[in-house]
Design a protein around this ligand. Structure first.
Ligand code: TXA
Ligand code: MG
Length: 320
């Protein structure tokens, strides 16, 4: 039995499979099996009101999950699927409220990874999958990350190597009168707007939390994250060292002479590569025992928008 057969088998009997996608690894269950989906919430320690994205094999399946498919949804699906875009649409009558956290909408996407596309084809149904991390922490971008984070709580890890995009999908809410970007991600706002032929506003942070993953504290490493400017990286790090923090500086360039006991985590300046390595860098800081990460936000263009969003949330207030 190959890995895809095994994974399909686990899904059929209501188990949990970690699936590789181009964005991050997901913790998957049969989306039409409520008991299996509940195990996902339990393994993640995630509140059951936070809905899960349903991963499907092709856009031809959209109609089975969504009550209606507006022309803009069809156009975006055609342009970006398989790919890092999640569409929120009114859910079809048969879609369980367990997956949607009791909401009337369902998040749908066709992920762009050969193993998971193979699994979706073999399995036939939808796979409900949030990122395969514990609630609030950094998403896993390798199979090893998943095993380290979830251990025995996952029945099978489909190892598809490191994730190509590195941050989660862009979520666009198409269930209201006007489209809204609820979470910037792997499809850039520029590409999305070009394909849509119109502007698509970003959901205003601080407004009502339409997507629960938009809570200010999310995507967070154990270490506290401090945001500053490129010019102030070393000064802020020095200050934290004096306060007895073990500090990592996350930077795209050499920030100059480091304070003693501060550690430099270099990330690539190219924004696509930065995104690809972002979560690994945050995990590395944790693994090195750092308790503070000092960084500056990139320009918020292209993938810079998603990177800045995740860094802000990582730096957000904890403990909600
Ligand atoms: O790239 C991704 O999107 C990854 C991979 C595995 O596909 N998945 C992912 O799932 O990031 P998750 O659950 O970690 O983040 C999805 C976010 C959550 O904040 C969830 O609350 C929100 O999307 N969401 C999903 N369905 C929703 C719905 N029907 N209404 C509002 N928010 C929804
Ligand atoms: Mg997540």
């Amino acid at each position: 039995m190959n890995d895809i057969d095994r994974a399909a088998e686990v899904l059929r009997r209501g188990g949990l499979v970690a699936i590789p996608t181009e964005t991050v690894y997901g913790l998957g269950a049969d989306a039409s099996n409520d008991a299996a989906v509940k195990k996902v919430f339990a393994a993640k320690r995630r509140p059951e009101t936070h809905p899960l994205i349903v991963h499907i094999a092709t856009r031809a399946q959209l109609g089975a999950w969504a009550a209606s498919v507006p022309p803009l949804a069809a156009r975006l699906a055609e342009r970006f699927w398989p790919g890092p875009l999640t569409l929120l649409l009114p859910k079809a009558a048969g879609v369980s409220g367990v997956v949607t956290g009791g909401r009337g909408t369902v998040g749908l996407r066709v992920p762009d990874h050969p193993l998971t596309l193979g699994l979706l084809g073999k399995f036939g149904g939808g796979i409900a999958a949030p990122s395969a991390n514990r609630f609030g922490s950094v998403s896993p971008t390798t199979a090893e990350d998943v095993r380290a984070e979830l251990g025995a709580d996952v029945d099978f890890v489909l190892d598809g190597g490191p994730c190509r995009v590195g941050v989660e999908s862009t979520i666009v809410d198409l269930s209201g009168d006007e489209p809204v970007i609820l979470r910037p991600g792997g499809v850039t706002r520029e590409d999305l707007e070009r394909a849509a032929g119109r502007a698509i506003p970003l959901h205003a942070a601080g407004g009502p939390a339409i997507a629960p993953g938009m809570h200010p504290s999310h995507y967070a490493p154990r270490a506290k994250v401090f945001l500053t400017t490129d010019a102030e990286l070393v000064d802020v790090a020095q200050d934290l060292v004096w306060q007895n923090y073990k500090v990592a500086i996350l930077a795209t360039r050499d920030p100059g002479p480091l304070p003693e006991a501060a550690y430099l985590l270099r990330v690539p300046e190219d924004l696509d590569e930065f995104a690809r390595g972002l979560y690994a860098a945050l995990r590395e800081a944790d693994n090195r025992g750092c308790d503070a990460i000092v960084t500056a936000l990139p320009v918020e263009e292209g993938m810079g928008l998603a990177i800045a969003d995740r860094l802000r949330r990582a730096a957000g207030p904890r403990g909600e």
